[in-house]
Design a protein around this ligand. Sequence first.
Ligand SMILES: Cc1cc2nc3c(=O)[nH]c(=O)nc-3n(C[C@H](O)[C@H](O)[C@H](O)COP(=O)(O)OP(=O)(O)OC[C@H]3O[C@@H](n4cnc5c(N)ncnc54)[C@H](O)[C@@H]3O)c2cc1C
Length: 239
Amino acid sequence: MSETTKLKARLLHSREIAPEVNHFEFEVEDGEEFHFTPGQFISVVEAVGGKPVTRAYSIASPRDGNRFSLCLNRVPDGLVSNHLFQLKPGERIEISQPLGYFTLRHPGRRVVFVATGTGIAPFRSILLDHLPRTQPQVNLLFGTRYDHAMLYRDEFEQLQQVYPSFRFLPTVTRPTESWTGRTGRVQSHLDEALALRSNDELPEIDVYICGLKEMVDDVRAELKKRGFDRKQIIYEKYD
Ligand SMILES: Cc1cc2nc3c(=O)[nH]c(=O)nc-3n(C[C@H](O)[C@H](O)[C@H](O)COP(=O)(O)OP(=O)(O)OC[C@H]3O[C@@H](n4cnc5c(N)ncnc54)[C@H](O)[C@@H]3O)c2cc1C
């Protein structure tokens, strides 16, 4: 089956996981094959005013037969995100085969994941898929605006309990009074996430970044300043 083959996926259910952010579970219709590598995205094709409009969404779930999840925020006046938020269980969408190269390049290497907002989606897929199999050494630095918008927080805290090779470092920019953890942007916690004991370790680490362009570019610049080679910096920009 070619990468351009379109598939039909049926919404099983969706739920709100933070204000204006939903977790969606889909099933690719019977008879169609659906294989992906954790970290990849699918394109949703929606007809708007008679013309096809395409938007990419990272798969947020581990490999599970024909099922997959998405994690989306509703963009004000956004064409496709609003359409997906209005879908009812049983309704169908048209999607592409999984695409992209934002996948673990060197399994076995130490990695640092940096995400903001729904940029967490590909990392959830990678972590839930790889941790039980190969237990890669991963530090996840995850930034959200509010503590109540810390997507999948319970899951990551639980993974950290189960897998000593995984560390979860959440940070919020607008904490409530009850938040006692890290505050500020992900950029200010990079050194903690990199956890370099000496610069000799630097060539052994890959850093994956996912989210909006501004954050991705800032973090890349910070890493270059610290001496990272561009091959060690793998990123996905959402805008
Ligand atoms: C590889 C890839 C993976 C992606 N994965 C996800 C994902 O897992 N979850 C997810 O929510 N989004 C994801 N996106 C973003 C997504 O493809 C759409 O851009 C987003 O849903 C807006 O589409 P729309 O049709 O609703 O809005 P449009 O009608 O295209 O309007 C979007 C407008 O809002 C601005 N904007 C504000 N906030 C955002 C935002 N968060 N993302 C994009 N544009 C924004 C844009 O600059 C633009 O002007 C991904 C993008 C890429 C390239």
